[in-house]
Design a protein around this ligand. Structure first.
Ligand code: G3P
Ligand code: MG
Length: 251
């Protein structure tokens, strides 16, 4: 059982723009702000360990060259991703998925785990993540929602653990995205805010799916989306949205 309860606000990449992305420091800040849920991105190290990182390269977050998939887990887990964000976060390293799940559980945060496979590793990443989650004792798991832009990865994860709710991610609303979400047994279609219209939300809801929207940083926009029937938003500015998100999103 996942326990995912559709919080109206989900801190994007752990702590949004308030901490280095996809870090334990981000989780701490999200919890301290009063967030109930976070989203983070998960990719495999060279030796098949799931770690939290968004890009296939290390340039943007670690400030060094190289492909994530070419580094072993012990190298990635020692890599500083705090300093590039701000010197105050020096020493903040890439977390392993297991550590992030444990921390979410301890902080009472629900987690949307986005499977973010490096190109060519879609099946392996989905399988490894699914297997890790299936192996966790129920009391070691936070409330979870699994998602991915990769239908292949999401399907592979579902073959290992079918009991967790799934969401398919797409950049925009289309009949193909909707059909994929339904084929994969998803409970939600998660879409970009760009180009999103009230009709799209109605279409998705009519198909029996929920919708979460990324990345929304303005309270008035979050309110408008909730009025359209969106169940929640991912935000880089949870500090700005928290007062607005006290009201729950659409059921
Ligand atoms: O899951 C929502 C959002 O994180 C998808 O986009 O690129 O930030 O992972 P991205
Ligand atoms: Mg993401």
């Amino acid at each position: 059982m996942s326990g995912w309860v559709w919080p109206a606000l989900i801190a994007h990449r752990c702590g949004g723009a308030l901490a280095p992305e996809n870090t334990l420091a981000g989780l701490a800040i999200a919890a301290r702000l009063g967030c109930r849920a976070v989203e983070f991105d998960v990719m495999l190290s060279r030796d098949g360990v799931p770690v939290l990182i968004h890009d296939e390269t290390l340039t943007r977050t670690a400030g060094r060259r190289g492909q994530v998939a070419r580094f072993a887990a012990d190298e990635l887990l020692a890599m500083d991703v705090g300093e590039v964000f701000h010197p105050a976060f020096r020493g903040e390293t890439i977390p392993a998925l297991d550590a992030a799940l444990q921390r979410c559980r301890r902080l009472g945060l629900a987690a949307n785990l986005e499977i973010k496979p490096a190109g060519g590793f879609e099946v392996e990443t989905g399988r490894v993540v699914g297997r890790r989650l299936a192996a966790l004792a129920p009391d070691a798991q936070p409330a979870l929602l699994l998602s991915s832009f990769s239908a292949t990865a999401l399907e592979a994860a579902a073959t290992e653990i079918d009991s967790l709710p799934r969401a398919f991610l797409a950049d925009y609303c289309s009949a193909a995205a909707l059909a994929t979400a339904r084929r994969l047994g998803c409970v939600s279609l998660n879409l970009s805010r760009r180009g999103l219209q009230a009709d799209h939300v109605a279409e998705v809801r009519d198909a029996g799916l929920r919708m979460l929207v990324y990345t929304v940083n303005a309270p008035d926009e979050a309110g408008r989306l909730a009025g359209w029937g969106v169940s929640g938003v991912f935000s880089d500015r949870p500090d700005l949205l928290l007062p607005a998100s006290v009201a729950p999103g659409a059921p």
